[in-house]
Design a binder for this molecule. Structure first.
Ligand code: GTQ
Length: 374
């Protein structure tokens, strides 16, 4: 028989596949192949690992490395030609699906004053986290939002959205986060360009935050009929204030410090069906314990400096750096400063894990028995 040797993933553990290759079996596998079929026992141990095995590597993307190349793209391509001028984060283990980690995509988008990107919609859900610049805005289904540093904005799946920078603004850079790889894996991705390339602003600017952004209060008689969150922009100042106030009343999580999730005020649940987001505060000198969980996360340092140990590797970070935590990788965080707090913005696919009944979590040193016993 010609062709590449067929792989046979054997394990010498009771209950696992362990069939030796014989000439007769090899011929049999060849016969099956002709009918687009194969013997499960040759791949069972691979497709049913004892525990999740992420293809993704832990990566730190330093802003000091990326800022210049991102700005250089402004001279090299126009948003008209590029569609969107974005430099995306390409995890070495996930280049085939353009993921930053797991099934999540992320990129740095840059626009100069007066530029606008064309309005579009897609089945992927998206968010932005503003890194630098003045005058950035996003329009989502007619709701225009002005954006400043560390503001977080949603562009839910199916919504018409576009981004721009006002003529009197400065160069703006923000992080995009999308579930493009997931939606492509599910083979459910559609894309449309707006028929007029741009959409009209249909409501007072920042109306979404004015109506829905007050903590603990909701507008009465406001008929919100869309299935996505009516709050589309989460500003930095109230977020930081909420964290510092919460820090006065809690020891925080041993794994995450003082952690708050951004929520859809209508449901109290995650900001989008497939993407969750949070901001966490590490107190001066705080070091967390290590844990791991299913689901992938991408962090951006919103404030301060420190380090994270991810899958046994140490990454030292400072403001605007981005790093990822692959599924089921142990991770812990530390604030390097003895006097200032540090804040980490995070987005993740935990809502998918939870909705599908796949969420699992484990503290370091408390192995719950996923390993082979012999
Ligand atoms: O603006 O919706 O970085 O569709 C990649 C794909 C941003 C967007 C990206 C996108 C967007």
């Amino acid at each position: 028989m010609t062709g590449p040797a067929r792989e046979n993933y054997r394990e010498d553990v009771a209950g696992r596949a362990n069939v030796e290759d014989t000439a007769e079996l090899k011929a049999y596998y060849g016969d099956l192949e002709r009918f687009e079929a194969a013997a499960l026992w040759t791949v069972a141990n691979k497709i049913e690992p004892w525990e999740p095995k992420s293809e993704s590597q832990p990566v730190l993307w330093r802003y000091a490395d990326l800022r210049e190349p991102v700005l250089r793209s402004v001279e090299l391509v126009s948003p008209e030609k590029a569609g969107r001028r974005v430099i995306y984060l390409n995890n070495p283990g996930r280049r085939d699906v353009a993921a930053a980690v797991g099934w999540l995509y992320s990129g740095l988008q840059v626009m100069k004053p007066g530029e606008v990107a064309s309005a579009h919609q897609h089945s992927a859900s998206a968010l932005r986290f503003i890194m630098e610049g003045k005058g950035a805005y996003t329009i989502v289904d007619g709701h225009k939002m002005t954006l400043g540093e560390n503001d977080f904005v949603l562009t839910p799946n199916g919504s018409w959205h576009e981004h721009g920078v006002e003529a009197d603004g400065t160069h703006c850079i923000w992080q995009d986060g999308l579930d493009i790889p997931l939606v492509n894996a599910l083979e459910a991705n559609f894309y449309k360009v707006h028929p007029n390339m741009q959409q009209p602003v249909a409501y007072p600017v920042d109306d979404s935050s004015y109506a829905w952004g007050a903590p603990g209060l909701q507008p009465v008689g406001h008929d919100w009929t869309k299935d996505y969150s009516p709050l589309l922009k989460y500003e930095w100042e109230p977020t930081y204030e909420a964290l510092t106030k919460y820090a006065k009343s809690t020891d925080g999580s041993p794994f995450d410090g003082v952690l708050m999730e951004y929520v859809n005020p209508k449901t109290g649940g995650p900001v989008m069906a497939t993407i969750g987001a949070s901001m966490q505060l590490l107190r001066p000198g705080e070091k967390t314990r290590a844990h791991r969980h299913t689901g992938s996360s991408i962090y951006q340092v919103a404030k301060g400096e420190g380090y994270s140990i991810i899958g046994g590797k140490r990454f030292d970070w400072k403001k605007r750096d981005i790093f990822c935590v692959p599924a089921w990788a142990f991770h812990e965080h530390g604030n390097a400063s003895k006097s200032d707090d540090a804040c980490l913005f995070c987005f993740n696919d935990l809502p998918v894990m939870r909705a599908l009944g796949l969420y699992r979590e484990e503290a370091f040193g408390e192995n719950q028995g996923h390993q082979p016993v012999n």
